[in-house]
Design a binder for this molecule. Structure first.
Ligand SMILES: Cc1cc2nc3c(=O)[nH]c(=O)nc-3n(C[C@H](O)[C@H](O)[C@H](O)COP(=O)(O)OP(=O)(O)OC[C@H]3O[C@@H](n4cnc5c(N)ncnc54)[C@H](O)[C@@H]3O)c2cc1C
Length: 320
C-alpha cells in the first residue's frame, strides 16, 4: 500500500487535532506515516497510533526545530525521495502552507492549498478548494510529481482506527540555507479555556450588531454554553470591541467548523471568505435582507439582545 506522509503539528507533547484529521484523510489513499520534527515523539505516539499512523518518522537532530520553516521542508523532501509517498498532507495554516510551497519547489511537484475535501479520482486524488477569498469552490488535481496538499483544519471529522505508529528515526543534515532564520525565543500564547479558533468545532462570532465591547460578554456566554470558540467580524475588531487575533475573514482567520453562528454580522464577501466552508451556518440578524442569510442553514430574524440570552439559557437548560 502506498505511504502518505502527514506532517504532524504538535507542541512537543500533544498532537494537534488537525493532525488527527489529516491521518483520517490519509487512510482514504494509503498507509499514513506521520512526520514528527523535534522531541516528544514518544509522548505523541499513542495519539498518532489511535488515528492510524503506521509509522512515525522522527527527525530530532541538527537543531531541526531551531530554525523557521525551512528545515521542515528539507526533512519532508528527503523523506519524499526515500519513501516515494503517494501524497504529502500538511495543515493549511500559515506555517503549513509555507512548508508546502517550499517542498513543492524542492520536489518539482504540484501543490494545492486550502483544500476542504479530498476524494479518490480516476487519475489521482481530487481536491476541493476554496479560492479567490472563498468566493469560488473548485475541484483540482495535481498532475506533476507527488501531490502536496495543504488541508484546512476542520475539513474532516477525525475518526480513530488503530495503527502500529512504529517510531522510525530519520537522520537530518540540514543545509546552510535551511539555517537562515534562527528562532531566538518562544513565547507561550496566553490561552483561555475556550478552544482554539481555527480548531474549534463550534464558533460563535459577533459583528458590528453587537454594538460594543461590553456586549461581547453575550457572545462569550453563548459560546461557553456550547463549548465553542469566539470569533468576530473586522468591523468589531477594528472598533476595538474584540482582539484582532479573533477576526474571521479574508484578512483574519479561516475557520471551517461543524457549526458557525454569525451574530449581528451582515455577511460581507471578506467575512464569508473565512467561514463559508463551515458545515452548518446559523445566523442571528435583525435584517431579513442581510446577505449572510444566503449562506445560512438556519436563521433567526430578530434582535440579538433578545435572541442570544434566550438561546444561551435554553442551551444551558438542555445541557443540565
Ligand atoms: C481588503 C478588505 C479586507 C477585509 N477583511 C475582512 C475580514 O477578514 N473579516 C471581516 O469580517 N471583514 C473584513 N472586511 C470588512 C468587510 O468588508 C465588512 O465591512 C465587515 O465584515 C462588516 O462587519 P459586520 O458584518 O460586523 O458589520 P456590518 O456590515 O455593519 O453588519 C452588521 C449587521 O448587524 C446587524 N445588526 C445590527 N444590530 C443588530 C441587532 N441588535 N440584532 C441583530 N442584528 C443586528 C445588521 O442588520 C447588520 O447586518 C474587509 C474589507 C476589506 C476592504
Amino acid at each position: 500500500m502506498s505511504e502518505i506522509l502527514v506532517l504532524a503539528e504538535h507542541d512537543g507533547e500533544s498532537v494537534k487535532k488537525v493532525t488527527l484529521e489529516l491521518l483520517t484523510l490519509a487512510r482514504r489513499f494509503g498507509e499514513p506515516a506521520a512526520v514528527w520534527l523535534g522531541g516528544g515523539a514518544e509522548a505523541g505516539r499513542e495519539r498518532l497510533a489511535e488515528f492510524g499512523a503506521a509509522k512515525v518518522y522522527v527527525a530530532d537532530g541538527d537543531g531541526v526545530t531551531d530554525y523557521a520553516v525551512a528545515p521542515a521542508a528539507e526533512v519532508l523532501a528527503s523523506l519524499a525521495a526515500q519513501a516515494s509517498p503517494a501524497l504529502v498532507l500538511l495543515a493549511a495554516t500559515g506555517e503549513g502552507k509555507e512548508i508546502a510551497g517550499r517542498l513543492a519547489v524542492k520536489t518539482g511537484s504540484g501543490i494545492l492549498t486550502d483544500v476542504v475535501d479530498l476524494t479518490p479520482g480516476e487519475d489521482g486524488p481530487v481536491a476541493e478548494q476554496s479560492i479567490f477569498g472563498g468566493a469560488i469552490v473548485v475541484k483540482s488535481r495535481v498532475r506533476t510529481g507527488i501531490p502536496i496538499l495543504a488541508v484546512r483544519p476542520n475539513a474532516v471529522t477525525p475518526e480513530a482506527s488503530p495503527g502500529p505508529a512504529e517510531l522510525t528515526p530519520v537522520t537530518v543534515e540540514l543545509s546552510d540555507a535551511a539555517k537562515g532564520a534562527r528562532i531566538t525565543d518562544r513565547v507561550a500564547q496566553e490561552r483561555s479555556e475556550r478552544p482554539e479558533l481555527t480548531e474549534a468545532s463550534i464558533v460563535v462570532s459577533g459583528g458590528r450588531g453587537v454594538g460594543g465591547s461590553e456586549n461581547f460578554a453575550l457572545i462569550e456566554k453563548l459560546a461557553d454554553s456550547l463549548g465553542a470558540a469566539v470569533g468576530a467580524s473586522r468591523a468589531a475588531t477594528d472598533a476595538g470591541w474584540y482582539p484582532h487575533q479573533f477576526q474571521v475573514g479574508q484578512t483574519g482567520k479561516t475557520v471551517s467548523p461543524q457549526l458557525y453562528l454569525a451574530v449581528g454580522i451582515s455577511g460581507a464577501i471578506q467575512h464569508r471568505a473565512g467561514m463559508q466552508t463551515a458545515k452548518t451556518i446559523m445566523v442571528i440578524n435583525k435584517d431579513p435582507e442581510a446577505p449572510i442569510f444566503e449562506l445560512a442553514d438556519f436563521g433567526v430574524v430578530g434582535d440579538l439582545f433578545k435572541v442570544v440570552p434566550q438561546l444561551t439559557e435554553e442551551i444551558a437548560k438542555r445541557r443540565g
